[in-house]
Design a protein around this ligand. Structure first.
Ligand SMILES: Cc1cc2nc3c(=O)[nH]c(=O)nc-3n(C[C@H](O)[C@H](O)[C@H](O)COP(=O)(O)OP(=O)(O)OC[C@H]3O[C@@H](n4cnc5c(N)ncnc54)[C@H](O)[C@@H]3O)c2cc1C
Length: 388
């Protein structure tokens, strides 16, 4: 069961490793944890729903609370303090686009505001109901999560828009394909949400951002169905896919989308290097990007993030000797960690790795192999659990 006032599944804890706890204590001093509001007390505060009865809509207080806020820091503070001053009046889970149509018609008929809801991972208040006279209906797309079509010849896949990251990848990977779209919120965010927010992923350098993957889409809008067919590249504008991209739920509900997918890569590697300072790291990152090597990501941390990353790495026994060795080599407190990913076929991996290492060294970098990359890859979707 997903947490109602935090990130992720209630059964999953991601405890802070000892060095990270020590690191935070020396930075911030001892913590005083404020007491969280109890779920039962928050539910008692739910205002009466203003929606008339509808077969597809639930007005259950817990459902409404679960859809009342996203994942920003202000959202979390409100949830944990039990200070929810605006609630959706009802929540619907359509299973197909006919039901989406019925819900749009219902909202129009009674003058309700309708909020399309994907995974609710927005950090900018997208899905929070505004206070006002009109009732608010939140439409959760999570039941529309099927792969509708995969064309292995053209490498095109059509999915219903409520599919979230793990469901989408598992349906593709069991057929030998991948989308390769990995925002850090991948575990819960959905295809419709990615399109509506123009999201980018951790490996977008290789796989492309969502707008480079989107080939066509269908939306149910207040005035009917909008079909954006999967056209090939065209010189004639305007490109109507941009109606859906970044639409933030304002034009209608994206019900399905066709995406450019790729065969599973033969090999993926994540590697790391240290720099003495930020400037050296920036120079290397720029040179790597301009060389157009087949990298899937280049991620440079400033000194503070580098220190945090090392503290969180969990390599308790390795950490002391490693930091001493780095200091001796001249990589002191201003050191910056750069993690880069390579996605390609096996003989190419070593070629790309060799060339990348040359570029890194030319900018004063110290390539340290795969352990920082492996550590990052292991916890890439776990880090949000630390917020709990
Ligand atoms: C821990 C964490 C890490 C994150 N990492 C990244 C990252 O790496 N890259 C990144 O780009 N973002 C990131 N985000 C932000 C967020 O995850 C993205 O904006 C994501 O695309 C939202 O998807 P969602 O399905 O959760 O959408 P929601 O939060 O449910 O909705 C977001 C917006 O999209 C609209 N919408 C959702 N589904 C539909 C639909 N089917 N039709 C029409 N409109 C719809 C909603 O109305 C709303 O306006 C992160 C957020 C968190 C909390």
């Amino acid at each position: 069961m997903r947490r109602w006032n935090g990130w992720g599944d209630e059964a999953i804890e991601y405890p802070l490793p000892e060095p990270a706890l020590h690191f935070l204590q020396t930075r911030l001093g001892p913590a005083q944890t404020p007491e969280d509001a109890r779920l039962s007390s928050v539910l008692e505060m739910a205002p009466n729903s203003r929606l008339p009865v509808h077969g597809l809509v639930t007005t259950d207080a817990l459902e409404r609370l679960r859809h009342a806020r996203g994942q920003s820091l202000p959202d979390w503070i409100q949830l944990r303090a039990g200070m929810i001053d605006s609630w959706p009046d009802g929540v619907a889970y359509p299973s197909n686009r006919e039901q989406v149509r019925l819900l749009l018609d219902f909202a129009q008929e009674i003058g309700a505001r309708l909020i399309p809801y994907g995974g609710g991972t927005s950090v900018v208040g997208h899905i929070n109901p505004l206070r006002g006279q009109a009732p608010v209906l939140t439409v959760d797309m999570s039941r529309m999560n099927r792969l509708l079509d995969l064309d292995p010849r053209s490498h095109l896949a059509t999915f219903e828009a409520g599919v979230h990251g793990p469901q989408l990848e598992s349906q593709l990977q069991e057929r030998g394909f991948t989308l390769g779209h990995y925002p850090q919120s991948w575990e819960y965010s959905t295809l419709g949400g990615w399109i509506a927010t123009r999201s980018s992923g951790q490996q977008s350098l290789y796989y492309g951002r969502i707008e480079q993957m989107l080939v066509g889409a269908e939306l149910e809008t207040p005035s009917g169905r909008l079909v954006l067919p999967p056209y090939p590249a065209s010189a004639a504008g305007p490109d109507l896919r941009h109606l859906a991209l970044g639409s933030e739920g304002r034009l209608g509900l994206i019900t399905q989308a066709t995406l450019r997918v790729r065969p599973l890569p033969a090999q993926e590697a994540f590697l790391g290097a240290f720099f003495r300072d930020w400037e050296g790291g920036m120079e290397a990152a720029r040179n790597l990007a301009q060389e157009k090597l087949r990298l899937s990501m280049v991620r440079l941390s400033d000194p503070e993030e580098t220190e945090t990353t090392l503290a969180l790495s969990g390599h308790t026994r390795l950490l002391g000797p490693l930091l001493r060795a780095l200091r001796l080599l001249g990589y002191g407190p201003q050191r910056c960690l750069l993690i880069y990913g390579i996605t390609t076929s096996p003989p190419d991996v070593s070629r790309v790795q060799r060339r990348a290492a040359e570029i890194l060294r030319a900018c004063g970098g110290l390539p340290v192999g795969s352990w920082p990359g492996r550590t990052w890859a292991r916890s890439r979707f776990k880090a949000p659990y630390l917020r709990n």
